[in-house]
Design a protein around this ligand. Structure first.
Ligand code: F6P
Length: 320
């Protein structure tokens, strides 16, 4: 192989730059040129790319987001769009493509694989809902961002006898909410996968209040309901002044953690080595701290990774 390409697609996350850099430098070490498409599949369709020589990726490892930029492309979801993408790859003599992104981006990678083009997928989504990998890129940094914010909120909550609902990302996934609840010592995690029993939660909060505790923290995934209505419910039932903080896109940015720098570097290197050895149509994942490969077909068919409900039980036990 003489020329490979990489793109970052869907929601950005920290660690994407580490992946691009590692992929580019592994390619260079093997006398292969790496190009980077701008703005995900949208850039591939417009044939907008830059050559990723060693200097082009210098100084990117420690930066959040993706310097190639990312986008969600409606055109690429059409058959015509995919044909155009394939034409562009051929025209530029690209022999293999690395796609870094979440479930939608990996479905796109599978479509190209089915058209006979060599593709490797890398899981990247702070939701950590991609099957066949213990961790996706960006999850660890997002969790570090969350615990920093929640620790700050806890200080002010305890100074005022208040309860706080902190809304974290996760439209369909409660991974961030449940792990953040454990890591911040929050009283409750509310997740989309499990229906909330508001009466029971208020009962527990009242008991804690009567025991003399000064505050309560609830971490809620954005897809689990309406935070302000739950806050109003708590105020009515328990009497605690309850405030809502929505962390939003703050969670997705910032310098990647050590874990995400290492994971991105490992994923990036591996993806190039796989293409050079003739492997295609797989996603690189992490299992028990070793890198794995799973057919993209299985990843996409498997759908969203299920929440390990033991995390929730643990959050409950430790939050008593
Ligand atoms: O899938 C990652 C994610 O950050 C979700 O947690 C969140 O719901 C969504 O992306 C937000 O998407 P956007 O940045 O397009 O608003």
């Amino acid at each position: 192989m003489k020329r490979l390409a990489i793109l970052t697609s869907g929601g950005d996350c920290s660690g994407m730059n580490a992946t691009i850099r590692a992929a580019a430098r592994t390619a260079i070490a093997n006398d292969v040129e790496m190009i980077g498409y701008r703005k995900g599949y949208a850039g591939l369709l417009k044939n907008e790319f830059i050559v990723l020589d060693s200097l082009a990726v210098s100084g990117t490892l420690q930066r959040g987001g993706t310097f190639l930029q990312s986008a969600r492309s409606a055109e690429f979801r059409t058959e015509e769009g995919r044909k155009k993408a394939l034409d562009n790859l051929m025209k530029e003599r690209v022999e293999g493509l690395i796609v870094v992104g979440g479930d939608g981006s990996l479905s796109g990678a599978l479509a190209l694989d089915k058209m006979g083009f060599p593709v490797i997928g890398i899981p990247a989504s702070i939701d950590n809902d991609i099957a066949y990998t213990d961790m996706a890129l960006g999850v660890d940094t997002a969790l570090n961002n969350i615990i920093y914010a929640v620790d700050c909120i806890k200080d002010t909550a305890s100074s005022h006898d208040r309860a706080f609902i902190v809304e974290v990302m996760g439209r369909n996934s409660g991974y961030l909410a449940s792990t953040a609840a454990i890591a911040t010592g929050a009283e409750f995690a509310i997740v989309p996968e499990v229906e909330l029993d508001l009466t029971e939660m208020c009962h527990q909060l009242r008991r804690r209040y009567e025991e003399g505790r000064t505050n309560a923290l609830i971490i809620m995934a954005e897809g689990a309901g309406h935070a302000q209505s739950i806050a109003d419910g708590i105020k009515d039932a328990v009497g605690f002044e309850t405030r809502v903080t929505v962390l939003g896109h703050y969670q997705r940015g910032g310098a990647p953690s050590v874990f995400d720098r290492l994971l991105g570097s490992r994923f990036g290197r591996k993806s190039v080595e796989l293409l050079l050895s003739g492997t295609k149509g797989v996603m690189v994942g992490l299992s028990a701290n070793s890198l794995t490969t799973t057919l993209l077909e299985m990843v996409v068919k498997g759908g969203q990774k299920k929440l390990n409900e033991d995390l929730l039980r643990m959050a409950d036990i430790l939050g008593i």
